[in-house]
Design a protein around this ligand. Structure first.
Ligand code: 13P
Length: 252
């Protein structure tokens, strides 16, 4: 069954005490809510994962990492492996974020390896895709997203693909205050679902969750989430304030 998900990507924000406060505040607010088939995921920086998984045990949210290195163990100074994440009860991991593609030059092939390594350890990948502004202006956005899926995701067998969550994050909308319109989001999400159907099955395409990310906030979330192919959001800036994040959860 298709799941509705709101995930907060904190990126490189919050000190330890601030993180503690934010996790506690979100946990407390979620306590008063009936989430039914909604899933809430917090993705704090690596050092705060234990704090988050500890609180998550008695709360209504799951924990995700923002990155992973695609080897089980070894001499990779500074990196974190899927077995480390799963040993800390981390259930999700963001990969393919445009910031990692841009600043860390992560290639399609490297992302495919990350995906395989996460799935091997039963961690749910939140796979990000999305076009740059000049690509959208040139009308190439569908081609760009199709290539990202083809090169990093579509090598997966059906059972593995069924575990993946896709996040469409147009790069021009990330952190800019300019979100994709509800129509633009719906159009791309339907396109992505169509690609999954062509490559796999109608059932799998119907079951996969496709999140929207990029300047999604408490004001625009309801309209974005009201589209039939938008199954929730991957939230950056607005996940850093508990009230805003919870308002987005309530919009789903
Ligand atoms: P903003 O919500 O800050 O635009 O960031 C979106 C994002 O990159 C989530 O991964």
């Amino acid at each position: 069954m298709r799941k509705k998900i709101v995930a907060g990507n904190w990126k490189m924000n919050k000190t330890f005490l601030e993180a503690e406060e934010l996790v506690a505040h979100v946990a407390e607010d979620l306590e008063t809510r009936k989430l039914e088939n909604k899933i809430v995921v917090l993705c704090p920086p690596f050092p705060y994962l234990e704090l988050a998984t500890d609180i998550a045990k008695d709360s209504k949210f799951s924990v995700g990492a923002q990155n992973v290195y695609p080897e089980d163990s070894g001499a990779f100074t500074g990196e974190v492996s899927p077995p480390i994440l799963s040993s800390m009860e981390v259930e999700y991991c963001i990969i393919g974020h445009s910031e990692r593609r841009k600043y860390f030059e992560e290639s399609h092939e490297f992302l495919a390896r990350k995906l395989d390594s996460l799935l091997k350890h039963n961690i749910i990948p939140i796979f990000c895709c999305g076009e740059l502004l000049p690509e959208r202006k040139a009308g190439k956005h569908f081609k760009v997203v199709e290539k990202q899926l083809n090169e990093s995701l579509f090598h997966l067998k059906k059972d593995s693909m069924a575990m993946v969550v896709i996040a469409y994050e147009p790069v021009w909308a990330i952190g800019t205050g300019v979100n994709a319109t509800a129509e633009q989001a719906q159009e791309m999400h339907a396109f992505i679902r169509g690609l999954v159907e062509k490559k796999y099955t109608k059932k799998l395409a119907g079951d996969i969750s496709i999140l929207y990310g990029g300047s999604c906030n408490a004001k625009n979330a309801k309209e974005l989430f009201s589209n039939p192919d938008v199954d929730g959001g991957l939230i950056g800036g607005a996940s850093l304030k508990a009230e805003d994040f919870i308002a987005i959860v309530d919009s789903l």
